[in-house]
Every structure is written in structure tokens, then in C-alpha cells.
Design a protein around this ligand. Structure first.
Ligand SMILES: [Zn+2]
Length: 73
């Protein structure tokens, strides 16, 4: 009797979604976000776990250059 059952590996590394921005900054939560950091939401999380871009914001704007461009289209 052959055991042909294949069990999915539950000890392998988890796939972590890549939520880094194109600028290479690490996203931050709202609590960690500085006043000059981009508030563009990134990633899948919502609520208290919501992450934001956190790249350096355009002066006088809540978003970085790339996200500011997207916000006005
Ligand atoms: Zn941004």
C-alpha cells in the first residue's frame, strides 16, 4: 500500500508580501510616520496595521513625489 498523500509543507518559510516602495523605503504605520513622510497607504493591511509609504514627502504635501503625482490624476 503506497502512501501517496502529499502534505503541504507547514515548516517552510512563509511568503512575506513585498510592501516596499519603489524608493526602497520601509513602510511605516501611522504612529511611526513623521510629518515629512508620505502618507500614501501601501500593502494589504487596514486599520491600525495599515502601512504608509513613508518616503520623504514633497514640501507642503502629504505625499512623496511619486505618490503626489498619482494623487492629482
Ligand atoms: Zn509615497
Amino acid at each position: 500500500m503506497d502512501d501517496v498523500f502529499v502534505h503541504p509543507s507547514d515548516s517552510g518559510p512563509l511568503t512575506i508580501p513585498d510592501v516596499r516602495t519603489s524608493a526602497g523605503h520601509t513602510p511605516k504605520t501611522l504612529l511611526d510616520l513623521g510629518t515629512n513622510e508620505c502618507r500614501w497607504p501601501v500593502g494589504e493591511a487596514t486599520g491600525i496595521d495599515q502601512l504608509f509609504c513613508a518616503s520623504r514627502a514633497v514640501k507642503g504635501k502629504p505625499y512623496c513625489q511619486a505618490h503626489y503625482q498619482r494623487s492629482i490624476r
